[in-house]
Write a protein that binds this ligand. Structure first.
Ligand SMILES: CC(C)(COP(=O)(O)OP(=O)(O)OC[C@H]1O[C@@H](n2cnc3c(N)ncnc32)[C@H](O)[C@@H]1OP(=O)(O)O)[C@@H](O)C(=O)NCCC(=O)NCCS
Length: 274
């Protein structure tokens, strides 16, 4: 490839007047043949996923796409109430995804470190998991991927781990995450539960993703929710949210998010043919 300081060197895609080629595949061949989870794997990892990798990618993204009011969706709501355009409001929401919210890369890195420790110390992953939980606790460090301020026991995690087991994805990193959760009982005197992004972290590693790619996966799927919140806020509310004539509230409190503040369809089940 000629050295040209103004060329965008990339292994992801190229295009000319007539064609768009992504990781070697013509976009029109991908279209209608890949679902979005498979496409995400291809674009981020460079190769097509196998069946289980594609299925777990879709499952993770469906599971973590929408979460009512959390720091990122509330940010979108406030940005929109100031009149920000959809793209700016969504970008503001994405900026609220960080160390404490929507973090799937940090738990992934933690599980990697525990695996490396087990090798270094010639111990089992369970021993390394227990030692890490105890050390982090005595150092007063929060474990990324554990505990959820709204749910305490995050309802998403069990379903994701169950699917990951069923698809044969669960491997060393899911085992480490489970061992860490188990170890919290002795260390904290109660269970500190793995949360949704933590499940994305361990399952995602076992599915072949890198930590930063898991952060990208979270941003991609949650941007769907952020877009919906921006559209709803701009079409239903008049702006300057919570500025006057409003009681003081904690907008992220679960008390603000129950069915009494929801006017979408009631509980229903997926149709049989699915
Ligand atoms: C998100 C977070 C800040 C919420 O904190 P919170 O609900 O306000 O909980 P508190 O900070 O009051 O913690 C209450 C107790 O739970 C425990 N705890 C909470 N989160 C913990 C974690 N991640 N690791 C270990 N212990 C934790 C601690 O024992 C704490 O008591 P202590 O301060 O006396 O040690 C915190 O759970 C956290 O840092 N989690 C990791 C980041 C993460 O995974 N975020 C994704 C959520 S979507």
């Amino acid at each position: 490839m000629p050295e040209n300081p103004f060329a965008w060197r990339t292994g992801i895609a190229w295009k000319n007047k007539d064609r768009i080629v992504i990781r070697g595949y013509d976009v029109n061949e991908l279209t209608g043949n890949l679902d979005f989870g498979q496409m995400l794997f291809l674009v981020l990892r460079g190769e097509l996923p196998d069946k289980a990798q594609g299925e777990i990618t879709n499952a993770l993204m469906v599971n973590l796409a929408e979460h009512a009011m959390s720091p990122s969706s509330a940010t979108v709501r406030f940005a929109t109430s100031g009149g920000a355009e959809l793209n700016s409001a969504v970008a503001a929401g994405v900026s609220a995804i960080g160390r404490l919210h929507g973090t799937s890369d940090r738990p992934a890195q933690l599980f990697r470190d525990v695996a490396a420790r087990a090798e270094r110390e010639s111990g089992t992953p369970d021993e390394a998991a227990r030692a890490t939980v105890a050390e982090m606790r005595s150092a007063g460090e929060r474990m990324p991927g554990f505990h959820h301020p709204q749910h305490i026991q995050d309802p998403r995690t069990v379903r994701l781990l169950e699917l990951s087991d069923k698809l044969g994805i669960s491997g060393r990193y899911v085992r480490i995450a489970r061992a860490m959760q188990d170890a919290t009982e002795a260390v904290f005197g109660r269970t500190v539960f793995l949360n949704g992004p933590g499940a994305m972290g361990c399952i995602g590693l076992d599915a072949g993703y890198e930590p930063l790619e898991l952060k990208a996966m979270f941003i991609v799927c949650r941007s769907l929710s952020l877009s919906a919140h921006a559209i709803e806020e701009s079409t239903r509310e008049k702006g300057w949210r919570a500025s006057s004539n409003a009681d003081m509230v904690q907008p992220l409190s679960l008390e603000m998010q129950g069915p009494h503040n929801y006017d979408g369809p009631g509980d229903r089940v997926l149709p049989d043919q699915r």
